[in-house]
Design a binder for this molecule. Structure first.
Ligand code: SF4
Length: 275
């Protein structure tokens, strides 16, 4: 049985950077308070909880330095942290920061800001804050038809599909007189999805590793399912059923942006052990 790990599987630059920032900070502080889980991976969250990274839902629960995750937060959160006399450790991904900067700039220049993304996602919620909550959030070309303004400025959630973004911009261009677009999509997601699709196409069984609550891992799973019905989404090697590999000659593995390399390795070794 040949086992191949897809290119770009696992942590993206922003997540890796956030983890390194936390590791460094935990050498200095006994407890750090994280606004929501550091990444969408239950195993990693549990591991970091033991090291002193406490997940909180509200700033009232914080009694020490607050970690800002790679998704970023709206500007008022920085203010609230300061008002409470607390400090913060900013692990916002630089690509997300750049999108926040463009959102603010467009808002201040008087554009109707449109954010292309999922309104429930924390990154989008943070972007909204940089437009004083005046931006419209849309996630499809169809919704682009509801935008009524003469000057429109657009940014995107970093993990959106470039293709869909392009279609949405095309729709806006049909009706908006002045349209300014910042393509803030990060190519880490695109590259990971492309590599997963190609590997699934040439594999008998495809394993997708990542949190069941991780949107980007679920997306990878959906993509692989379009190429092979033998695609399985797991969090750890414990969920593997040896029966899946009964007639397999070629096994592909990929992993979401919040899956650490040690979990990928464990899955790889487990499957290799099945021979
Ligand atoms: S997907 Fe891209 S923008 Fe998002 S955290 Fe990773 S590197 Fe940063």
């Amino acid at each position: 049985m040949i086992i191949e790990i897809a290119e770009n599987a696992g942590f993206c630059y922003g997540v890796m950077r956030a983890i390194e920032i936390v590791d460094e900070a935990l050498k200095k502080y006994k407890t750090i308070y994280s606004f929501g889980p550091i990444i969408h991976n239950p195993q990693v969250v549990e591991e970091y909880e033991k090291k002193g990274l406490k997940v909180i839902e509200s700033l009232d629960e914080a009694d020490g330095p607050v970690l800002i995750r790679s998704h970023g937060v709206p500007p008022h959160v920085y203010e609230e942290i300061k008002k409470k006399g607390l400090t913060y450790i900013d692990a916002t991904c630089p690509f997300v920061k750049e999108a926040q900067k463009f959102a603010k700039q467009l808002y201040e220049d008087g554009y109707k800001v449109v954010i292309f993304g999922d309104k429930k996602h924390p990154e989008v919620k943070a972007h909204l804050g940089y437009t004083n909550y005046k931006a419209d959030v849309i996630d499809s070309p169809e919704l682009a038809r509801s935008i009524k303004a003469t000057r429109v400025g657009v940014i995107s959630q970093t993990t959106q599909s470039v293709e869909r973004f392009g279609l949405t911009i095309g729709e806006l261009a049909k009706r908006i007189r002045e349209l300014k677009v910042f393509n803030t999509i990060c190519d880490a997601t695109e590259k990971r999805q492309k590599a997963a699709r190609e590997l699934a196409r040439r594999s008998d069984v495809m394993i997708i590793i990542g949190g069941k609550n991780s949107a980007n891992t679920r997306k990878l799973y959906e993509i692989c399912l379009t190429e092979t019905k033998n695609a399985y989404h797991i969090e750890t090697e414990k969920e593997i059923n040896p029966e899946w590999f009964k007639d397999a000659e070629k096994v592909g593995i990929t992993a979401g942006a919040s899956t650490p390399s040690y979990i990928i390795e464990r899955v790889y070794n487990y499957i290799k052990g099945l021979g």
